[in-house]
Ligand binder design. Structure first.
Ligand SMILES: [Zn+2]
Length: 299
């Protein structure tokens, strides 16, 4: 499970995304933390909806009501213009309970371990500064527009899928790279990067062997995703959502340098995950697993 040395040398400063994230589309049929954030924020704006993480007809109706009230195009889809009106700055002492809960859940999505209280306390401010510092944003401790955008887009969760790394951790081209022996992908990140679940499902921890520390997730899309070479035992267990922090990248197991090895098995065959990952990166609809090739992604 080696890694191309040239790719390692091309790595820049770690973890600096430079605020390049873009707002994801969140719409009917989506699930997860970003949907909860939409539900919290439309509720904050007076269009009360249940916060259950499932974007169904009730959420869509309240998004439409919000769009109508704000003079936005009324399509029931949360895109860049709607996000820009939905998010509100929150900081220590903020009493905007729903918006603070959304911020706390987003920070947890990125690995913070906050109690979701709706009260923006000192721990929330610290987690905000740490997130901002890691993502090249002025560490003010205020969840402002740029911070919201990075939080919401950071792991690229779209339609129940997430990039396995923060968006700034690897260039797009890394997600197109071929693997050295069988269908899989090696993402040459330094040790210590957050690794996220691409699709939600049930986690089994891996410890030892060629994978080193890692996890295998039997996912809701029917795939079995294996993540290898974490620097230390995996953090996640049980059922997880897409975008859940699984652990930190590293160099354990059979490697020639720090990287995240990701492989995907479906119906008994190894699949090439590149097209799936590129679709997530681009914010495009993800291809069905059955349409992914079982060869042609090795060198
Ligand atoms: Zn590999």
């Amino acid at each position: 499970m080696g890694v191309v040395v040239g790719a390692l040398m091309a790595l820049g400063l770690p973890g600096v995304a430079g605020g390049a994230a873009s707002w994801p589309l969140v719409r009917d049929g989506n699930q997860g933390t970003n949907v909860r954030t939409v539900q919290h924020l439309v509720t904050h704006h007076g269009h009360t909806t249940a916060v259950d993480g499932i974007f169904g007809p009730n959420t869509e109706r309240e998004v439409r009501n919000f769009q109508q009230a704000e003079g936005l195009a009324v399509d029931g889809i949360v895109g860049p213009n709607t996000w820009a009106e939905l998010v509100v700055p929150v900081a220590e002492g903020s009493t905007a309970t729903h918006a603070v809960e959304a911020a706390q859940e987003q920070l947890n999505k990125h690995g913070a371990e906050l109690s979701v209280t709706g009260s923006f306390d000192a721990a929330t401010a610290t987690a905000t500064r740490e997130f901002q510092d890691e993502h090249g944003i002025d560490p003010s401790g205020t969840v402002d527009n740029a911070t919201w955008r990075e939080l919401i887009a950071g792991v690229g969760a779209v339609g129940g899928y997430s990039l396995p790394l923060d968006r700034g951790a690897q260039p797009r081209s890394a997600y197109a790279a071929s693997h050295h022996d069988y269908p899989a992908i090696d993402l040459p990140v330094r040790s210590g990067h957050s690794v996220y679940a691409v699709n939600g499902g049930r986690v089994v921890k891996i410890s030892g062997g060629s994978c080193g520390y890692g996890v295998q997730i039997t996912a809701r899309d029917g795939g079995v995703y294996t993540y290898c070479h974490f620097r230390s035992p995996a953090l996640a267990s049980g059922e997880v959502e897409a975008g859940k922090l699984l652990g930190y990248s590293g160099n354990t197991g059979n490697t020639t340098g720090p990287h995240l090895h990701l492989q995907l098995k479906y119906n008994g065959s190894w699949l090439c995950p590149q097209r799936l990952l590129l679709a997530i990166y681009d914010g495009d609809p993800v291809p069905s697993l059955g349409s992914l090739p079982t060869s042609g992604c090795t060198h």
